[in-house]
Design a binder for this molecule. Sequence first.
Ligand SMILES: Nc1nc2c(ncn2[C@@H]2O[C@H](COP(=O)(O)OP(=O)(O)OP(=O)(O)O)[C@@H](O)[C@H]2O)c(=O)[nH]1
Ligand SMILES: [Mg+2]
Length: 471
Amino acid sequence: MRFGSSLFTAIGDELDGLRRGLTDLATGMVRDRTRLAITGLRRSGKTVLTTCLAHHLLEPSGLPFLSVVAENRLDATRLVPLRDLPPFPLEEAVAGLARETPIWPQPTDRLSGLAIEMLYRTGHRLGRLIDPTRRHFIEIVDYPGEWLLDLPLLEHDFRTFSAHALALAERPIRQPAAAAWQELLKEVDPQAPGDPALEARLAEAYRTYLRACQEELGLSFIQPGRFVDRSKIADEELISFCPLPLPASPLPHDSIGARFERRFERYRDELVKPFYRDNFSRFDRQIVLVDLLTALNRGPDHFEDVQESLATVVRSFRYGSGSILTNWLTPKIDRLVFAATKADHIAPSQHAAMKQLLEIMIAPSSRHTRFAGAPHEVLAVAALRSTDVVRTELHGQVLSCLKGRLVETGQETVLFPGELPPDLPEPHDWTSGRFRFRDFAPRRLPRGRNGAASHIRLDQLLEAAVGDRLT
Ligand SMILES: Nc1nc2c(ncn2[C@@H]2O[C@H](COP(=O)(O)OP(=O)(O)OP(=O)(O)O)[C@@H](O)[C@H]2O)c(=O)[nH]1
Ligand SMILES: [Mg+2]
């Protein structure tokens, strides 16, 4: 019986291969493309991962577990520009990482992309008989996860957005950053006539608060996301509002409240919606990166903030009934991979716990997504491995330590990196000062043969995300 069903699967695969082969005959060559989007909260490792993925795809010996490489079917790859998006700064990022003293790429806060053209031979037996050669474009797009935090704005009006943002600012961790803006709010009557000077001060105070949340407090849940963009927004008016404590009665047309309300609606309709309509709706596959180690290092409030942000990010991939997005567009993403990044900052024996912790963090949200149970995968990865594992003995016990150059001291050091909780941390985990994962300086991005040793599971990540498109 089992044999029978696997035989049917095999026949199904072959027919699929044959069908694609026939397409080849009709069109000369299959010209497929997969748009693979990479996102994550700030500093989660998007640019380093995009750089290393592209670098290894161009020198594929570094990806031994990508099946098209493992099966020796890949003939050639080359970089091609993506016409519809700003270019990803690959050359610059690779040059920085390949220097004698490598440097990490600069922070980025806009969407950018590149494409890798891949020529390979199909693994399908029948397809091979007709025309074995395939061409596929892997289009990689790097975009800020903060943009996905704006998704709830699509179902909010100014009143609900304000209520939510005002409550968030009351949280003890945010309070110090919010104080100046809250003080200014006390002087404001949302029903009073518009006052451009006061409005500008209010909007600036709110942006300063959000920037402080992000830069000084290291928080992720920033809404509206574009208020902290380092690149300039062409129309300043779109980010010239802030949440207000609104009265129950209607706002006069020219009041501050009504003017902010219109700007909020413009932000929602002219920035958030177009991102989903023009970009998101064209992504085929999505990788979401999460820097769990920094979240743990920063303590319970930050960890909760990352959890909340992640839950909001995952909502963008929920296409079931009641989804905000499916009311007005048809998202295509049919495979989602979550990756805990910087796995080279812990011992390999901890990777299972890292993966499990991420699984638990996304579980409540993923249960409701269309991905529940099926095509979503979770991995622990490092795009650029900055450490080696060294085993040492302490009181008769073998410990897995890491050797690398610490960012803090600039010195080559061997240390025990600490352990992750395999479940959500308990209150006592936070008090014991248990989490202190260290930052290591980058190692040189190698060319050619040593590629596979320079990362952790990048090939498995790619296989999970696009392997089925290269069969
Ligand atoms: N050890 C190690 N550190 C990494 C790795 N990837 C990223 N990092 C660290 O994380 C930082 C942020 O990486 P980026 O790739 O710039 O992160 P990002 O998500 O693009 O950041 P923004 O553009 O600011 O949102 C780097 O400067 C490194 O310090 C990795 O694979 N290994
Ligand atoms: Mg970046």
